[in-house]
Write a protein that binds this ligand. Structure first.
Ligand code: ATP
Length: 577
């Protein structure tokens, strides 16, 4: 039998498992993983039925395995634990019930739930059913919801009973489902608890097309109006094998990820990545957990692999990392630039490498420091297996040599499975993102001789000053290294001679003042660690930086402030130094 015939004879579950196992086998040998891994190819694939439900069978002679552990309010004994079998059954009940109230394949369903059991049930149910999930964070404003209802052509809304009021008065013809006990404000919303009466055996309406859409994500809108990113039954579920490799998660691991449902990062690291590896997902209920809560969970729930955005790592460093959590093996950060200072702090406190990873809502993990590779602080890592990353000169469209800035692109001749299908209802933008044989990320980076890739900035944030190209990130990192700085953002402001010059907005660390002498110290610090063309020219202290709901700095807002001259006290390098 040829290799192709053998693959044709194998079930989707076997094909998926075989691809996954190549990555597990080479968990600490990146070169071998890149060489041997091939994306599995499917005509039909339903991750919930073809993969998740198959994990419901207890391992031979073993105990039923825990799929999900929701951290309770009062110590481990208050946690809620669900096995793969329990979740397989619950999600089938939910899928059957949704079908009974009218949800059909391809129907867009807005899901606005916090980190509670129902969010995992709903996502699994929607995949089983073939409905299209529009994940939404629980802090979305009525205006954001209206945008989603309209542009997302939403037919069904599933949310917590206490949040139903947010939808009052919004336009659209959708059916509401409330999770939790309702009151007068949720009258007319269907009760989710009815799902418990539905059958726990689900029979799909035929095979699921591998390229059918299953997620429509609204991006955070850091640079523009949120885009609607479409992912298919393979692009996210199967594509997240690359993230599994970066995280180094393996069967039996206890994986904690800090992110809110509603963001792509939640689907990455609280859903597909750990469950592709047959690990247990640990989740903190509620949307606001403190750094102390996270540290406590790491220690008391036996967490082995942990991923959080740099913002959370920074907060943990401020309260003190303390002793290394006994079972912790892998630590990761993603979503925004990770400063070398944090990597150093984690190494000193816990002896572990804090490994950066890069991706977007549009993709799964593309670049990362996988286990077993020496972490070079400042580098996001190397292209993950199956991810043909190329850095392209935005002006010529040609690959750049090592050491030159280029846009992070994916070579479409070897299209990775994890790449989005496109932007819904936006052909122009989709064409632009897929122009010239590459997927264009809109991010600039530079590759070193050793192959590591260092993030510079968004293509739109890079600016020229006195004929030098400046990445705001480099300046921000220099400022963040100073103990007086809790947070910093740099933007370009117009200058009659230099064209543009860098201005820093700085949040002072607790206990530090924000007077002229403090500004001078910071400007001098930047001057001492950066080359002359990258000195910070202007500095303003602010109480907070404007951030998107997912925590990214809104540089456009800061640029707007300088254009409107709506500045506070502004310190100039030439005046104070
Ligand atoms: N490890 C990382 N280091 C630096 N930046 C990162 C890293 N990981 C992700 N990013 C940044 O986050 C972006 C992806 O974020 P996301 O998909 O959540 O939406 P967004 O790009 O902020 O929203 P919008 O596209 O609407 O502006 C990347 O394009 C990159 O700029």
């Amino acid at each position: 039998m040829s290799g192709q015939e053998a693959a044709a004879a194998a079930s989707p579950t076997e094909v998926f498992r075989a691809a996954r196992d190549v990555l597990l086998r080479h968990r600490t040998d990146w070169a071998a993983a890149v060489r041997e891994f091939r994306w599995p190819n499917f005509e039909h694939f339903n991750w919930a039925l073809d993969w998740f439900d198959t994990l419901a069978e207890p391992a031979e002679q073993g105990r039923p395995r825990t799929a999900l552990r929701i951290v309770g309010p009062g110590g481990p004994e208050t946690d809620r634990l669900l096995t793969f079998r329990e979740l397989a059954t619950r999600s089938s009940q939910v899928a059957n019930w949704l079908r009974s109230v009218g949800v059909r394949r391809d129907d867009p369903v807005l899901v606005m739930l916090g980190n509670r059991q129902e969010v995992w049930e709903m996502l699994l149910a929607a995949v089983k059913l073939g409905a299209v999930v529009v994940p939404t964070y629980t802090t979305a404003t009525p205006a954001e919801l209206q945008d989603r209802l309209t542009r997302g052509a939403i037919g069904y809304v599933v949310t917590e009973a206490e949040l139903t009021g947010r939808f009052h008065g919004l336009e659209g013809s959708w059916v509401g489902v409330r999770v939790g006990a309702g009151d007068a404000s949720s009258a007319g919303w269907l009760p989710y608890e009815e799902t418990e009466r539905a059958s726990g055996t689900f029979v799909p309406d035929g095979p699921t097309g591998a390229d059918d859409v299953v997620f429509r994500y609204f991006t955070s809108g850091t640079t523009s109006k949120p885009k609607m990113v479409e992912h298919t039954h393979t692009s996210y579920p199967v594509g997240h094998l690359s993230g599994m490799y970066w995280n180094g998660v393996r069967p039996g691991d206890i994986h904690l990820n800090v992110s809110s449902p509603g963001w792509a990062k939640h689907a990455w690291s609280s859903f597909f990545v750990p469950w592709n590896a047959e690990a247990t997902v640990v989740a903190l209920e509620g949307s606001r957990s403190t750094a102390e809560d996270v540290l406590d969970v790491l220690r008391t729930r036996g967490v082995t692999t942990f991923c959080a955005p740099p913002t959370v790592w920074r907060a943990m460093a401020v309260v003190g990392l303390g002793e290394r959590p006994a079972l912790l093996r892998e630590t990761m950060a993603a979503g925004e630039p990770l400063e070398p200072g944090l990597i150093r702090q984690v190494k000193e406190a816990w002896g572990l490498d804090l490994r950066d990873g890069y991706g977007q809502t549009e993709t799964t993990g593309q670049i990362g420091n996988p286990p077993g590779r020496v972490v070079v602080p400042g580098s996001m890592g190397v292209p993950l297996p199956g991810c043909p990353v190329v850095l392209i000169d935005p002006e010529t469209g040609e690959p750049v040599p090592d050491g030159e800035p280029g846009e992070i692109c994916l070579d479409l001749r070897h299209r990775p499975v994890g790449l989005m299908r496109g932007y819904a209802d936006d052909e122009r933008r989709t064409d632009k993102a897929f122009a010239g044989g590459y997927y264009h990320s809109g991010d600039l980076a530079v590759r070193t001789e050793e192959g590591g890739i260092t993030y510079l900035s968004r293509t739109d944030d890079m600016f020229k000053s006195f004929d030098h190209r400046i990445s705001p990130r480099e300046l921000e990192q220099a400022l963040l290294e100073h103990p007086m700085v809790a947070d910093a953002a740099v933007v370009a402001v117009p200058d009659p001679v230099g064209l543009w010059v860098p201005k820093a907005y700085v949040v002072a660390a607790p206990g530090h003042r924000t007077e002229s002498a403090d500004a001078r110290e910071l400007l001098e610090h930047a001057r001492s660690v950066l080359p002359a063309e990258k000195w910070v020219w202007l500095l303003e202290f602010v109480a907070t930086l404007p951030r998107t709901a997912s925590g990214k700095i809104r540089r456009t807002e800061l640029k707007g402030r300088t254009e409107d001259q709506a500045t506070g006290v502004e310190y100039r390098l030439e005046d104070v130094c």
